[in-house]
Design a protein around this ligand. Sequence first.
Ligand code: SF4
Length: 471
Amino acid sequence: MSDTFLGMPAFPQAAARAVRDRQLRANLRHATHTIRDKRARAVAELPDWAELRSAGKAIKDHTLRHLDRYLVQLEEAVTAAGGTVHWAADAEEANRIVAGLVHATGTTEVVKVKSMATQEIGLNEALAAEGVTAYETDLAELIVQLGEDRPSHILVPAIHRNRAEIREIFADRMASWGRPAPEGLTDSPAELAEAARLHLREKFLRAEVAVSGANFMVAETGTLVVVESEGNGRMCLTLPRTLISVVGIEKVVPTWRDLEVFLQLLPRSSTAERMNPYTSLWAGTTRGDGPSEFHLVLLDNGRTAALADQVGRQALRCIRCSACLNVCPVYERAGGHAYGSVYPGPIGAVLTPQLRGTASPVDASLPYASSLCGACYEVCPVAIDIPEVLVHLRERVAEQGGHPVERAAVAAAGYVLDHPAALAAAERLAGRTRALHPRRLPGPGRAWTDSRDLPEVPAEPFRDWWRRNRT
Ligand code: SF4
């Protein structure tokens, strides 16, 4: 994933720092509550939301089960429509392919449609190393790029910024990336949007190459779909001569008909809209209409490994709506940067450790970045049971190591719970020594009791009480 997150501390340290930032917490609270309330109203309008959700889940599960077949079908359809398909096993290969394609056009700059996949592979940084400048054209991505910042939300990458901060970034930084911000720019939303529009317009008009992702790919027709709200995507997808789309292999759906389900689920779950202002669909190339060259880079980068995990694979159903972020009490307080990945929030906590593995401290900490309250599962439009995957990944992390005292305690508990006589003896002993029990655990358990009271052990174990009262 993007090397801009390299060197991040593990989640507990990063979150502890973030929650002390009162401005950040205020920005996040305001934004997430506004979006989540609007989403709830938009979803409540549809009487068949539960059926749509089940259909979305079923379509994704079916596709993932037959991914090999649908990807080959997609490749054939894209090729027949005049496109070229490239397969990338990892980030390095995908970046190499895209850099090679850009170099072949002779240009040194590209415009970009907002894309999680290209952030995941660190494409902008890889292109910069090859002498190619990538310009983000989504408003929030532009704010992040100009501010030399990192995205903190899937849908609203600059959610941690308020209007005054954005005005400052535009006034200070736009000139070094192209057209400067207008004189006397204020923090009114209309003025900020106009400044961005003027700044970006010249980039759209001179761009020879655009890079995009895709929300969906239709196997039967080779059609790619991008949904967006600002129209910048439409500019990138139609004006340049060459279009390169980098898309995760899990984004394929079998038929055009399947899109009907997702084009209802996605806008209501993400922006709380009945439909997206711009829905762009294209298949290959058409003479005299849009780009004359189209390349599709199909990205694995850990996805087939995730697919092999019977519990974890459900994370590949994700349509990146970000509804789970907006309801998560942990995300609301810690913000997106604490997750050390381009995928923050509940979905990031289950997706990142599967795509990157759990070897590093930051990745091993992510499955614990949750209270397991289940709010993420309730709102997920494709019914990903995020708490189930989190617990599953915690087991994986625990198996690969953990503190020796913790391991010994869990092994002892396992033995006692497996042997009823030992359990009864342990309960009696605990009851008789209850006056000596500490109020806080020592060693690795201390953090757990920093914010919780240890339950009191009853003087008489339940089994003894039951035996005494039943007879
Ligand atoms: S996990 Fe579900 S709620 Fe979260 S971003 Fe993905 S689809 Fe949306």
